[in-house]
Design a protein around this ligand. Structure first.
Ligand SMILES: Nc1ncnc2c1ncn2[C@@H]1O[C@H](COP(=O)(O)OP(=O)(O)OP(=O)(O)O)[C@@H](O)[C@H]1O
Ligand SMILES: [Mg+2]
Length: 372
């Protein structure tokens, strides 16, 4: 992704500030959004601006809060990773800095020291965010499984007795019509339960098989084209060899279906199109360490729909988050869970009015890999 990290510098010493700016800007990955020499107004900026990292002098003060205490507060309140800029006189406090922040550097520092602290802090924050997300999803999945189970029993009773009424009345009179409407609504309820069940089941240990991804992908496209979105143009560029993956096929079908449906929904009625591609490419660096193979499978689903703004984009993997009327908002959280389980990664690139590209990177399975 080409997005730069936005950095807020809060440090009394102007010479140090100049150095920080030089070092960071020469790296090319960072955008300094503001440089401040006192703590006044820092909280307002944290509230109103998207900040990826704060470089915070430990001598910075704010009216009632002094130095390190202010820095700690800022970090706790806004959860933005903070790298403390300490002075060499504060050696006694170094343990505290290490515990309280995502990292620290001691003045005077070199470019390499600064960059390694900064990248480490960003990586630490990213991992923490992922862990939190996983914990949140797990808690919600337990809740969803409970709701789905009870709701299923209730629906079972409604469907059963409705069928009995139909049987008793012959089903052709006015009562029969009403009963049919009740049954139709129950079927929608059943679909919702299926969705909830899939969402909660993603955390179970399920059976895995090795199979070529293109088979399920092609089947899903065929289904979506013929049964759901006849008028949406879906183009395909799909490899048919070297695309073995090790996963639960029904989950892979869910994964493809949810992404395709989202893309088709985004272009429906606006004469847009959807392009699906499956390729083998070099693994991204983030996955290299985890895999034996140098290559990964890349499933890309691209649409020319309305796209998303940053606020929506940030929340798409949250369970129950939806901008669509009557939708459950579980699609992408299910996808995220499945991709993670297979050991892959998912990237979503979208801009309002410019469409959306979803890239799913999956590890390639070896021929004959054990089934379990
Ligand atoms: N291809 C896309 N283009 C534009 N917005 C998208 C796209 N895919 C997802 N979104 C946004 O992400 C939100 C969440 O997607 P998700 O699939 O989880 O739920 P949903 O589609 O709203 O409901 P469900 O999938 O449960 O029927 C959507 O409501 C939409 O705002
Ligand atoms: Mg969806």
């Amino acid at each position: 992704m080409s997005e730069k990290y936005s950095v807020l510098i809060v440090e009394k010493d102007r010479k140090v500030c100049g150095q920080l700016i030089d070092f960071l800007e020469s790296e090319g990955d960072f955008h300094i959004i503001k440089v401040m020499h006192s703590g006044t107004g820092v909280e307002d900026i944290c509230k109103s601006t998207k900040i990826h990292l704060i470089l915070l002098g430990t001598s910075i003060e704010e009216s009632t809060k002094q130095g390190i205490n202010f820095a700690r507060l800022l970090f706790k309140l806004y959860g933005i990773p903070v790298v403390f800029i300490a002075s060499s006189k504060e050696k006694d406090h170094i343990k505290r800095f290490a515990l309280d922040s995502y990292g620290y550097i001691v003045k005077p520092f070199s470019r390499d020291q600064l960059l390694s602290s900064v990248y480490l802090a960003l990586q630490k924050a990213r991992l923490e965010k992922r862990l939190l997300e996983a914990q949140k999803l797990r808690a919600l999945s337990i809740f969803a499984a409970g709701v789905a189970h009870d709701f299923n029993n209730i629906l079972g009773a409604i469907i059963g007795y409705s069928e009995l009424i139909k049987l008793k009345t012959g089903g052709n009179d006015q009562v029969g019509k009403y009963v049919n409407l009740i049954l139709k609504a129950c079927m929608r309820g059943k679909q919702l339960i299926d969705h909830l069940m899939t969402f909660s089941r993603q955390f179970d240990h399920t059976k895995k098989y090795s199979f070529p991804l293109h088979i399920i992908l092609k089947e899903t496209i065929k289904y979506v084209k013929s049964e759901m979105f006849e008028d949406v143009l879906i183009s395909e560029d799909i490899i048919k060899e070297g695309d073995l993956i090790s996963a639960d096929p029904s989950k892979v079908h869910q994964l493809c279906l949810n992404l395709l449906v989202n893309a088709c929904e985004a272009v429906k009625g606006i004469n847009g199109s959807v392009a699906v591609s499956l390729k083998r490419e070099k693994c991204p660096v983030t996955m290299e360490d985890l895999l034996d193979s140098q290559e990964c499978l890349v499933l890309e689903i691209k649409d020319t729909g309305e796209g998303m703004d940053e606020d929506v984009r940030e929340r798409i993997f949250e369970p129950f988050f939806s901008t669509k009327q009557g939708a459950t908002g579980l699609g992408l959280s299910v996808v995220h869970g499945i991709v993670t389980e297979i050991g892959g990664e998912i990237f979503v690139d979208s801009k309002p009015g410019k469409g959306t590209i979803v890239r799913v990177i999956l590890p390639v399975a070896q021929e004959g890999e054990a089934l379990y």
